[in-house]
Ligand binder design. Structure first.
Ligand SMILES: NC(=O)c1ccc[n+]([C@@H]2O[C@H](COP(=O)([O-])OP(=O)(O)OC[C@H]3O[C@@H](n4cnc5c(N)ncnc54)[C@H](O)[C@@H]3O)[C@@H](O)[C@H]2O)c1
Length: 313
């Protein structure tokens, strides 16, 4: 039995994770929360409450009323949006995590917090990027992610809070749009292919990044929380990846299904610089060894599934 509270539930990950959590643990047992009201389908499917995750009192009351024992903390400002408003990114990402961890300490909850490939920096080894390595990110988003990983480790070591997490690569999904990250191109390219047969990319054609299809990302979040704690050497920030994609490589795969698909480039220097500072290929062997991580979707399977669902509308 689990009673779960999800913050930032209306975003790209939450809109997939909440239905899967409800399917596994029961509709009434999963309370979706976000700072904004969510789409009707999310509201109808189970309990929902507007909660600002940076407000410790509001989080504490929601956890207490729902009798939650587990918090999936997804509320955050992502990389590209963070560079436009660094103070907002620092405030939302750090204040919300601190609030969630304090509530978890007081009310004895387990906490899942996603870190990101963005926690690495330009002097991190790029291929493979080890689980434990040099981390000097240059974006405010990355800085909050490294600080968050360390804070989660600290709450486990110092207060015994059951904190766990993964470092997600760029996530590809249909449904809720991505929230302003550097890997959004890998979602937008599919919409472009289906809607007009063309896409203008904000990254260079050969810029390669780690990626994952959303069903695998959802499974990773649930599996790491279900893992036998005695097997965990790491707890937070497990590297996880499924494929390495550049716009050139993914557009060639899309062309197998949409032969006339055209991609052109209008490179955004801010997002290109962020992408250049991130790994090409994370080594996820620690996740594989400690809790059995293994992705199901590669580029071929993901492309087929994305196009099928987007065409069905
Ligand atoms: N999507 C990716 O590719 C990706 C990759 C790596 C890591 N992550 C991490 O996963 C988590 C979720 O990402 P996402 O892609 O779903 O983000 P998103 O931007 O799509 O969604 C974030 C949600 O948080 C909500 N939110 C913002 N401020 C809030 C606040 N103060 N209180 C409550 N809710 C608030 C927003 O309304 C939004 O619904 C983040 O921590 C992100 O850094 C995402």
């Amino acid at each position: 039995m689990k009673r779960i509270l999800v913050t930032g539930a209306g975003g790209q990950i939450g809109s997939w994770l909440v239905p899967e959590l409800r399917r596994r643990y029961g509709e009434e047992d999963v309370l979706a929360t976000d700072i904004r009201t969510l789409a009707a389908e999310v509201l109808r499917a189970g309990p929902f409450q507007v909660v600002d995750a940076t407000n410790p009192k509001a989080i504490g009351q929601a956890v207490m009323r729902h009798h939650a024992d587990t918090i999936y903390h997804l509320a955050a400002i992502l990389s590209a949006v963070g560079e436009r408003d660094p103070r907002l990114a620092w405030h939302v990402n750090m204040a919300s995590l601190e609030a969630v961890l304090e509530v978890a300490r007081e009310q004895k909850c387990a906490v899942f917090t996603p870190s990101s490939v963005g926690a690495f920096g330009p002097n991190t080894p790029k291929d493979p990027t080890p689980q434990d390595t040099l981390m000097r990110p240059t974006t405010i988003y990355g800085i909050t992610k490294v600080a968050g990983e360390l804070l989660c480790d600290y709450y486990h070591r110092r207060h015994g809070v059951d904190t766990r997490g993964v470092r997600y690569p760029g996530l590809i999904s249909y449904g809720a749009p991505p929230g302003g990250g550097t890997t959004d191109w890998a979602v937008d390219i599919f919409r472009g292919a289906v809607e007009g047969g063309r896409y203008t990319c904000f990254l260079r054609s050969d810029t390669r990044l780690d990626m994952m299809y959303m069903p695998d990302a959802v499974r990773a979040a649930i599996d790491v929380m279900e893992a036998d704690p005695s097997r965990l050497v790491h707890r937070n920030a497990f590297n996880v990846t499924a494929m390495q994609l550049s716009p050139q490589v993914l557009s060639a795969e899309i062309r197998k299904h949409v032969p006339d698909f055209r991609i052109d480039y209008d490179v955004d220097p801010v997002r290109e610089a962020i992408a250049q500072s991130w790994p090409d290929h994370m080594d996820d062997s620690a996740a594989r060894e400690e809790w059995g991580w293994s992705p199901e979707y590669d580029m071929v399977a993901m492309t087929e599934d994305m196009l099928k669902h987007l065409r069905e509308g």
